[in-house]
Design a protein. Structure first.
Length: 176
């Protein structure tokens, strides 16, 4: 047998082996890739099953937050006999801040835009309370302050808390 015959025999044996190896390698690579994609999809679906209830709970809590910092609810919870404007104002400001701090972790579950709307609503409420209290004469009563707050709310074109509640509802509807 000549060297050429030996080379041809080796080629006859190795070329089909290489073709089989390349085919198996290509198919295994594709199968592994597809299994990885399927596993990632399963993990994503599983994560959504877990995160959707958390998001819905966040929307519920933030809706409750908006209700709790509304002027009528603050007055119902905080007003006592013989309160001064200053004590009612500070009580309202403190209640708003405490509610905000209690719900600050909910920002993890909502969009940045929605959280910004909620922060602005809080800031608007605090500014409105402060400005209304400062606009009253020194001898004003807590009842005068309450009436001034309701007048201020009636004069506003858009209630920041209603805007925030609407944004919460829209985002929650989009996430379902």
């Amino acid at each position: 047998m000549s060297a050429l015959d030996v080379i041809l025999e080796i080629a006859k044996l190795t070329i089909p082996g290489l073709v089989v190896f390349a085919t198996v390698y290509f198919l295994m690579k594709q199968l592994t890739s597809q299994l990885l994609v399927n596993r990632q999809m399963d993990q994503k679906i599983e994560a959504q099953k877990i995160s959707i209830p958390h998001r819905m709970q966040a929307y519920e809590r933030l809706s409750l937050y908006c209700e709790r910092i509304s002027i009528p609810n603050l007055i119902l919870r905080l007003r006592h006999e013989n309160m001064t404007v200053k004590s009612l104002k500070w009580g309202m400001m403190q209640a708003i801040q405490q509610e905000y701090e209690h719900n600050v972790t909910q920002q993890v579950y909502v969009s940045e835009a929605l959280w910004k709307i909620l922060r602005l609503a809080r800031e608007n409420m605090m500014t409105m309370i402060d400005a209304t209290a400062e606009s009253l004469p020194a001898d004003a009563t807590a009842d005068d302050f309450i009436q001034a707050l309701f007048r201020y709310l009636d004069e506003q074109e858009a209630d920041p808390l209603l805007t925030a509640l609407s944004a919460i509802k829209k985002e929650a509807a989009m996430r379902l």
